[in-house]
Design a binder for this molecule. Structure first.
Ligand SMILES: Nc1ncnc2c1ncn2[C@@H]1O[C@H](COP(=O)(O)OP(=O)(O)OP(=O)(O)O)[C@@H](O)[C@H]1O
Ligand SMILES: Nc1nc2c(c(=O)[nH]1)N=C(CO)CN2
Length: 176
């Protein structure tokens, strides 16, 4: 018999997906499906997909990026484990820092949690300066606040120089 979990203490988790190698949309879809395959996270929002110019790293192809919102009772370590499992399943090679990858799953925020641990820093230490995170996040939650940095909509003004193009021709399907 399936157990129902008491979700009254659940927290919102904000996840950022990125892909710039292979079948990029399929990779984002695979990550989205994989994140919600096991119990423990309830999907509450999926952003539009954006085509984005790479920020940092060596010259590399454009990314597709999206943001996913969920409610969860899981601890950060468990969410990170799930994210890493998806990256492994999609054969990500960890060689070049900020280099191209079939899939990247970053945890942007988990409730009101702050963490300085290198294996899981919360909020994600570079999220506030990345239009490829902020733009899709503001679409799926226009009133969103990034813990310690203020309104996501306001943060977007400071990164207006970063090129992000909404790709409504490349929608993500809801998992399941
Ligand atoms: N909030 C977080 N979300 C995901 N990984 C994190 C986070 N904080 C720390 N890490 C750690 O960062 C390490 C490197 O992650 P990764 O290779 O995905 O970095 P990156 O995506 O290339 O760069 P960036 O961290 O700038 O997005 C991982 O081993 C992971 O444990
Ligand atoms: N446009 C874009 N640039 C990046 C991205 C990404 O997902 N999109 N991810 C990075 C490391 O996480 C570094 N740079």
């Amino acid at each position: 018999m399936q157990q129902t979990q008491d979700m009254s203490q659940a927290r919102t988790v904000v996840l950022a997906l990125g892909s710039n190698l292979g079948e990029r949309l399929d990779n984002l879809q695979g990550a989205l499906d994989g994140l919600f395959e096991a119990p423990g996270m309830e999907l509450t929002g999926v952003s539009p997909v954006y085509e984005t110019v790479p920020v940092g790293g060596p010259p590399q192809p454009n990314f597709l990026n999206a943001v996913v919102l969920a409610r969860t009772m899981l601890e950060g370590a468990a969410v990170l484990e799930r994210a890493r499992g998806i990256e492994e399943a999609l054969h990500r090679l960890r060689d070049v820092r900020w280099g191209p990858r079939p899939i990247d799953v970053d945890i942007i925020t988990l409730g009101q949690e702050y963490s300085a641990a290198p294996e899981l820093t919360l909020p994600h230490p570079r999220a506030h300066e990345r239009a490829f995170v902020l733009r899709p996040w503001a679409d799926v939650d226009p009133d969103a606040e990034l813990l310690g940095h203020g309104r996501v909509g306001d943060l977007l003004d400071a990164v207006a120089d970063q090129e992000v193009l909404r790709r409504d021709d490349l929608p993500l399907r809801l998992p399941g």
